[in-house]
Write a protein that binds this ligand. Structure first.
Ligand SMILES: [Zn+2]
Ligand SMILES: [Zn+2]
Length: 459
């Protein structure tokens, strides 16, 4: 049974989900970015936003010109709403998106709840959170000061993400000039890409798209260094997944030189992993293993984006290439229908980004059959986690399940883009795939006490 997208409810902190769509009246499709509280959020999660900020869910629907959660869900699934988005110009689109962030971070009042003379004003430092007045801002400062600087990044990143939607930010690519075992973390990766990366960033900074963006958003264009920083964070956010995957293959010593190629399943895949994901993003994985005999990455999950559902290729991957496909469904069904019947190659590794099974008994129940399947069939498995605290909880569960844990720790290829908790903006931002766990088969060699010591001494 498969891990549903619900596993990310309140775990995957809200970010801007770029959704491409086009108002029906516009001839040339205009890419639209929609702010969504969580790309993989389900109805329960969507309406639970109201627990923190009463009325927030209807504010979002209203600002995005949507009538219902169903319409919203259809859009995050990759569809275009029946009504079209109805934004007349980029200015209006950015204005509407910003409006979905407009509630007092302290007393949670929405614009509709303010008396006539009052307006919500944002924190001048981060331009991210709003306040209904100086009293609320003052009372909130002790909590907000801890995150103000990071939220400043969030406010820029959520606008800059538009360039990924429009295709104006193309990531640097090409074979790595140094061997993969030297490229241990982002610092080395950035210096390896050096001049090429600088040229890419310069091109984006001077692009027409960048000018349009900042002319449309209603706030001054930040300094080039700020924009460069943001582009680099977005880049790590996209490349974190393929590089983490490569990290797992290396840590497990999995050969990428088999003639039939290598197969990786991404389990519990949702919009986060599949929306706006292009095969090219995974080229970086190929560069990690020069001379590889081909990769087939299959995203399996009930919420795999529509755009991603190509036919699951059964042919042998072509050496040096990476084939990505999607399969919408539950992993245990996929296993029975595709893997056991030999329609799809046996996976060399299975990856789950932020399964979140530690978060609730319901999620654990959903993940248990998959975890047991992976353990009992001895499939090398890599999981990623948002925080150190969640790492400890997840390890504990895996130990109780008697999995053999091979490695765990801070991920050197974690996303560097902070993720804000949308309806609770002063909550410490987290980073995607900040930590990882690798397990293989059963009979864990760590007992509980050792594990506690490791965790306490870690980080
Ligand atoms: Zn207030
Ligand atoms: Zn601030």
């Amino acid at each position: 049974m498969a891990p549903r997208s619900r596993q990310r409810r309140q775990k995957k902190p809200p970010s801007v989900t770029p959704v491409v769509g086009a108002p029906p009246t516009v001839e040339t499709p205009m890419p639209l970015t929609l702010t969504t509280p969580d790309p993989s959020i389900d109805a329960l999660g969507f309406f639970s936003l109201d627990n923190n900020v009463p009325g927030l869910s209807s504010l979002i629907l209203q600002k995005l010109n949507m009538k219902s959660y169903e319409e919203y869900k259809m859009v995050v699934d990759g569809g275009t709403p029946a009504s079209g988005f109805g934004f007349r110009c980029p200015q209006e689109m950015f204005q509407r998106l910003e409006d979905t962030f407009r509630f007092c971070a302290h007393c949670r009042t929405l614009p509709s709840g303010l008396s006539n003379s009052k307006v919500l004003r944002h924190c001048k430092r981060c331009k991210n959170v709003y306040y209904c007045g100086p009293e609320c801002q003052r009372s909130d400062w002790p909590a907000h000061r801890r995150v103000c600087r990071e939220l400043c990044h969030v406010a820029v990143d959520r606008l800059m993400e538009w360039l990924l939607v429009t295709g104006d930010f193309v990531l640097p690519s090409g074979p790595w000039p140094c061997p993969a075992d030297v490229v241990q973390d982002w610092d080395v990766w950035f210096s390896m890409r050096g001049l090429q990366l600088e040229a890419t960033l310069d091109a984006v900074l001077s692009s027409h798209a960048m000018s349009i963006l900042w002319a449309s958003v209603g706030r001054p264009r930040p300094d080039p260094d700020v924009l460069r920083g943001s582009l680099k964070r977005l880049l790590t956010d996209t490349l974190s997944r393929p590089l983490t995957l490569g990290l797992g293959l290396r840590a497990l010593g999995i050969s990428t030189g088999k003639t039939e190629g290598s197969t990786v399943h991404v389990v519990g895949a949702s919009h986060v992993e599949t929306f706006l994901t292009h095969s090219e993003d995974y080229n970086e994985l190929g560069y990690m293993f020069p001379g590889h005999c081909g990769f087939h990455v299959i995203m399996v999950g009930v919420d795999v984006a529509t755009s991603f559902l190509q036919s699951t290729a059964t042919s042998t991957p072509v050496p040096g290439t990476i084939h990505i496909s999607g399969h919408r469904g539950l992993y245990h069904d996929f296993w029975e229908e595709q893997v056991e019947t030999g329609k799809t190659a046996h996976p060399d590794m299975v990856v789950a980004f932020h399964p979140g099974f530690h978060a609730s008994p319901t999620l654990m129940e959903a993940w248990l059959p998959t975890l047991l399947l992976l353990r009992d069939y001895k499939i090398p498995t890599l999981l990623t986690i948002y925080s150190h605290q969640e790492l400890a909880a997840s390890l504990q569960i895996l130990v109780n399940l008697d999995t053999h844990i091979i490695a765990y720790g801070a991920n050197p290829f974690a996303s560097l883009k902070p993720e804000q908790v949308y309806s609770n903006p002063n909550k410490q931002p987290v980073y995607c795939s900040a930590y990882y766990i690798i397990f293989h088969g059963s009979s864990c060699q760590l007992d509980e006490k050792q594990l506690e010591e490791k965790i306490d001494g870690g980080d």
